[in-house]
Structures are given as structure tokens and as C-alpha cells.
Design a protein. Structure first.
Length: 278
């Protein structure tokens, strides 16, 4: 089976996008989706995004991690899906997409794409964990997907792969695990972050929901105000805006650049289905 795809990235977070309005893509085959996402033997990406038909919105965004599992939300993925849907004629510049988190609004503009994010939930600030005999303090919340935010003095010196993976698999977050964001706060209302991403099982080029999580923690615990600017590992900036009501962040938006990289074709039957995940 031959599929046409488009490679995109949002602030360095790269995705394979597919027009699946006809419902032909076998997305429930996790091994096949993982093979497509493989950087060694597939197209390579941090997520496969399907634009499908919806009876509730302009389209449905179905997001699959590089391990083939479906997840509730991806901020940068949603921004790329909005731009892709507009390009293929599935929506206008102001649109609504259906996700596992519910309906998400988006707006295209000359600077990129802005999406309205799910309300932060299940907050547990000041969580103290033991990792290999060391104490790690952080703040947990769900920003569409779970995030554990750890403040560090030097973002460049963090062992994202080692410490990030240990925290991602910590029993405190069982059974589903969590994404782990390391953040260095910079005044005024600026920060730099790096993310160990669940499902990618490595450091992400950028993480939109992670940027939102870091911004919420900064505003609600460290005296930041909105809008807040987040520097990603790619060097791109993401801007988180919203309202401050009743001592919490609400009505949050995530804005930043999106880029179309190339369009190609892939033979699904020729992909390596060994089941090995990068």
C-alpha cells in the first residue's frame, strides 16, 4: 500500500502528516506506525499525525507516538495539523479539530499557528522523589498529557537521557509514566526547556505541551506572568498566553512557527516490521 505523506516540524518537533479523510490508513497497527516513524528504516519523526473526518469539528487529529501508541494531545502536533489541514482544504484559517482531549481551536497567521490548549489538571506541586539515592523535586500536572517539571540552574548541563528516563519510569507515575521537562527560568517571563518525551523515549526537539506545563508552573509558583516565552532545544521560541483567574492559569494558548519540509510517498508493505523502536 502506497501512502503520500508530508514532513513538517513545529519549532523543531518533527512529524509525518497524512491525509486520512478516506480512512485507509491502518493506524491501529502499532508496529506499522512505529516502523513508519523509525529514523533508521522508516521516514523518521517524533509522531505520526492523521487528519481524519469528524462529525464534531473541521477534522479529527489522531496522534501516534513513535512507538505506535495513540496519545491524547500534542501541542506542536496540533499546530502542524492545523496548517496541514488548511493546505489540503480540510479547514479554513480559523478551525476546530477533534482530539482525544476534546475539541481544540486553532488560528493560522503570518507568524505560524496558535492553538487553544486543554485546561491544566491533576496538579501536584512540590513532589519530592528519590532517584538512585538522590532527591529530585518537581511539579506534576496534566497539560493534555502528563508532565513532571524539574527546575534546574543550568539547562545545558542536564542529563536529559539518564535522569529524564529514570523519572519518566518512576513508580510515582505508574502505570502510564510521564513526560519530564527540565527548565531554567530566566527573567522576565522567559525560560529555556528540554524534554524527555514519553513514547519517543528520548529527548524531543521541542515539546508544546511541555512548554505549556513549564509556563503554568512558572506563573503559579514562581511569579511569572503571561505571556511567557519558552526557548526550545531547536532554538525556536514558543509563546504561551492566557488568563490568570482565581489564582490559576486558564484559557491557555500555544503559538509558534510551523514549517512544511517535504512531501513524499512510502510503501507501507516495504517497511521494516521487526518491532524494534528507536
Amino acid at each position: 500500500m502506497k501512502l503520500t505523506f508530508t514532513k513538517m516540524h513545529g519549532a523543531g518537533n518533527d512529524f509525518v502528516l497524512i491525509d486520512d479523510r478516506e480512512g485507509r490508513v491502518p493506524w491501529e497497527d502499532h508496529f506499522l506506525m512505529a516502523a513508519l516513524a523509525s529514523r533508521r528504516t522508516g521516514v523518521g519523526c517524533e509522531g505520526v499525525i492523521l487528519v481524519q473526518r469528524s462529525d464534531k469539528a473541521d477534522f479529527r487529529m489522531r496522534f501516534l507516538n513513535p512507538d505506535g501508541t495513540e496519545v491524547e494531545m500534542c501541542g506542536n502536533g496540533a499546530r502542524c495539523a492545523a496548517a496541514f489541514a488548511h493546505r489540503i482544504g480540510a479547514s479554513g484559517t480559523a478551525l476546530t479539530m477533534e482530539t482525544m482531549c476534546g475539541l481544540v481551536d486553532a488560528q493560522l497567521n503570518d507568524k505560524g499557528v496558535c492553538v487553544w490548549m486543554p485546561e491544566p489538571a491533576k496538579k501536584n506541586y512540590g513532589l519530592v522523589l528519590n532517584v538512585d539515592g538522590e532527591t529530585v523535586r518537581g511539579d506534576f500536572l496534566v497539560a493534555g498529557v502528563p508532565h513532571f517539571v524539574v527546575q534546574v540552574p543550568n539547562i545545558s548541563a542536564v542529563d536529559v537521557q539518564g535522569l529524564g528516563r529514570a523519572l519518566r519510569l518512576h513508580p510515582a507515575f505508574a502505570p502510564d509514566g510521564t513526560n519530564v521537562d527540565f527548565v531554567t527560568f530566566r527573567a522576565p517571563n522567559r525560560m529555556s526547556m528540554r524534554t524527555y518525551e514519553r513514547g519517543v523515549e528520548a529527548e524531543s526537539g521541542a515539546c508544546g505541551t511541555g512548554a505549556v506545563a513549564c509556563a503554568v508552573v512558572a506563573v503559579e509558583t514562581a511569579g511569572f506572568t503571561l505571556p511567557t516565552q519558552v526557548k526550545t532545544p531547536s532554538g525556536c521560541d514558543l509563546v504561551i498566553d492566557g488568563d490568570w483567574r482565581h489564582n490559576k492559569c486558564t484559557g491557555l494558548t500555544l503559538a509558534g512557527p510551523v514549517k512544511f519540509v517535504y512531501t513524499g510517498e512510502v510503501e507501507l508493505d516495504e517497511l521494516d516490521m521487526s518491532g524494534e523502536i528507536d
